[in-house]
Design a protein around this ligand. Sequence first.
Ligand code: FES
Length: 575
Amino acid sequence: MTRNNGVPLRSTRWFGLQDKDGFIHRSWMKNQGFPSDLFDGRPVIGICNTWSELVPCNAHFRMIADRVKRGVYEAGGFPLEFPVMSLGETNLRPTAMLFRNLVSMDVEESIRGNPMDGVVLLCGCDKTTPSLIMGAASCDLPALVVSGGAMLNGNFRGQTIGSGTSVWSMSEDVRAGKMSSADFMDAESCMSRSAGHCMTMGTASTMACMVEALGMGLPQNAAIPAVDSRRYVLAQQAGRRIVEMVHEDLKISKILKREAFENAIRVNAAIGGSTNAVLHLLAFAGRVGVKLDLDDFDRLGHDLPLLVDLMPSGKYLMEDFYYAGGVPAVVRALGELVHRDALTVNGKTMGENTADAPCWNADVIHSRENPIRERAGIAVLRGNLAPGGALVKPSAATPRLLKHRGRAVVFADIEDFKKRVDDPALPVDENSVMVLKGAGPRGYPGMPEVGNMPLPKKLLQRGITDLVRVSDARMSGTAYGTVVLHVTPESAVGGALALVQDGDEIELNVESRNLELCVSDDEMGRRRKAWTPPPPVASGGYQRLYIEHVLQADRGADLDFLLGCRGADVPRESH
Ligand code: FES
């Protein structure tokens, strides 16, 4: 069988051979009970599954894979499910981000080395989305993402609670003496009460929205709850559609154009999406060769209004977002700010997919005329403390702290922070700037989500709820506060962050996009001369490879040798 353009399918180089090699490729597959006609040259569709019981957000993925298979069979394809390493935010140490690039290699080589003509990517928990897209993008076969969907709203004693966001706030309440530990533990079961990923606009939901905004998923892929029957309908439709995409040769590179990235940046601003999306979109662009840099996020997104009222920036959750209209309603509300002619996986343009998208609840999805907050997109800061850039998410910050000058309280690493943060003698007050070092891509390694350092207990007890915090770390998409992240270059490579000392003044001015360490150049020079790099944190294995090759945050923290698309030419025979 050939594609619409007459080119033979790559899977025929395995299953279409009439010799010893063809025998080997088909015969062993038949031990699974596949009838001979499945090897007749029909499109072979890989279903890349990140199912794992260690990744609770993706634990329902075998059911989703079954529905994708149903759709593939219906459309005349041959589905073959395969596993890749799965990354869960809640269990994996030292941080799931360390392994995003490793999984992307797993995905890339699994696709290229196997008989498949197209692939459906099953993505859920935060890093499972970028790792699968990055790997697939470096092969550039037709690919379509099916997200797993978010959990139902959390509910604790009649109050709506959201994944992550409410953990941070309730934990601060316990430390401030406003909530008992027993009540806090009771909330555990009330927060995560169905299959699915975090139901706040954290990184998983943000990346599911990015999938849709990029055109890599079917309309409503992002918001349908995991347990809603319509999630399974979408999975089945995705199975049907990927077969058509193979015939049309609708490859990732035809979808992930510069316009698609611009759409994603704008949607991310309007939904109050995670700062992690910046890293991941930069990494995607690096794989497909689209020119995208940090300043694009500020230029295209910062002036946009916040339209979606979801935690952590607002009060609703993903279930409400779906009922209100989901991403299509947001895209429609953004009007001419979105490239409406950008192509999507269903073969239609973004404009065609969203032209009539209704908004059913204007309290959840606002119009541009009545936004939740003006100019709420991620701001990119520069200055002597972050010459390579740093990020802040104004929609999740305290407005009065967006212009602030205060004295630094410095922590050498996250262990130092945990040891001293509640020390009554810590010289910290409401004007302090908490600074964390050693949490960047190389330094930790893997750039963990520790940038939203909890506030010192003695300040919480005084009713103080936010401080300016600065680090080379990331922050959970579910978190909030006036938190400056991704400071580049990171401290472990000798960035200015490494030179900050207790008592130094730091000035943050989001309006002018400035982050300054108010120390003279002479003094900075003296400190730089005295600085010694931290000892290596890994002697071998993948972590050593990562440390030696990881790029800084302003380039998406990909590995330098993984940039670009290496295609999906059929490798030489294995026997
Ligand atoms: Fe998996 Fe939040 S922990 S999405």
